[in-house]
Ligand binder design. Structure first.
Ligand code: CP
Ligand code: NVA
Length: 302
């Protein structure tokens, strides 16, 4: 069964092939050429336990462009939302649809869904990781700076779900990832230990300026992820804002990336996200192309 649960589950060859396909699908769509229809006659259910703009719309449009039919489900409107187990939900949906995408609070629920489904399952974000986002981010890096190996990326702010998928990608694709997270907000220790054991070029920094120096990509995310309490996050993250001073020390051709949604004046200054080095809307567009390639890969296995 071809699930797409986490970047680290893959070998680099498979992920590179998906990224190559994403590039081809982007070119095909833009040129108006006949689009491949690997999902013709197939149904894909998408379960949302948390809000979404990009994931929902890019999957819905992408599934349709590939010839398939998307079914959007809000967890709150499902029996799953009032106590039906994820295992039974997996078994039932597998009798109706050909793949399931889920955005949920608990990573364990994603894994349980995948282990009981008899159709491919795709991770549309959990509290632990966001691999579909990172496929789009890798495509954006290639669009901006070419092959991934040896590139440098600096992550600033919270050691959250998006960062976990960045770490996994950096290890697999052998690019440098510098991490400057506020004290107490480091990425999960097991992810760092895995990355180090794999020989990843991952470094932890206290000083955001040093972390950003000569880096080709600066990337950040909201300071309060879905499901997080605010606590003292606003004060804790203030020194990690991506602003013009930080962009200045990055490489001359550096780009700014953010998975969105963004809050201007918090994790990123308006002058950066709305400035000439920002590629956030290209990155958002690449969600469409990268996820179509992920879907095509899932279905190519069946
Ligand atoms: N980046 C991202 O996943 O956006 P949504 O929450 O809008 O889906
Ligand atoms: N880290 C953010 C990503 C949103 C796409 C969150 O989990 O809310």
């Amino acid at each position: 069964m071809r699930h797409f649960l986490d970047i680290k589950d893959f070998d680099v060859k498979t992920l590179q092939a998906i990224l190559d396909d994403a590039r081809d699908l982007k070119i095909a769509l833009r040129s108006g050429r006949t689009h491949p229809q690997p999902l013709a006659g197939r149904f894909v259910a998408m379960i949302f336990e948390k809000p979404s703009t990009r994931t929902r719309v890019s999957f819905e449009v992408g599934i349709s462009q590939l010839g398939g039919s998307p079914i959007i489900l809000s967890a709150a409107d499902m029996q799953f939302g009032r106590g039906e187990t994820i295992e039974d939900t997996a078994r039932v949906l597998s009798r109706y649809v050909d793949a399931i995408m889920i955005r949920c609070f608990s990573h364990q629920q994603l894994l349980d869904l995948a282990s009981h489904a008899t159709v491919p399952v795709i991770n549309g974000l959990t509290e632990r990781s966001h691999p579909c986002q990172i496929m789009a981010d890798l495509q954006t890096m290639i669009d901006c700076h070419g092959p991934l190996e040896g590139q440098s990326v600096t992550w600033l702010g919270d050691g959250n779900n998006v960062l976990v998928s960045w770490i996994e990608a950096a290890v697999l694709f052998r690019f440098e990832l510098r991490i400057a997270c506020a004290d107490g907000y480091s990425p999960p220790a097991d992810v760092l230990a895995w990355a180090m054991a794999q020989g990843g070029d991952i470094t932890l920094h206290d000083n955001p300026i040093e972390a950003a120096r000569n880096s080709q990509t600066l990337v950040t995310d909201v300071w309060i992820s879905m499901g997080d309490d605010e606590g003292t996050r606003m004060q804790d993250f203030t020194p990690y804002q991506v602003n013009a001073d930080l962009m200045k020390v990055a490489a001359g051709d550096a780009v700014f990336m953010h998975c969105l949604p963004a809050i201007r004046g918090q994790e990123v200054a308006a002058e950066v996200i709305d400035g000439p080095q920002s590629v956030v809307f290209d990155e958002a567009e690449n969600r469409l192309h990268a996820q179509k390639a992920v879907l095509a890969w899932c279905f190519a296995g069946n």
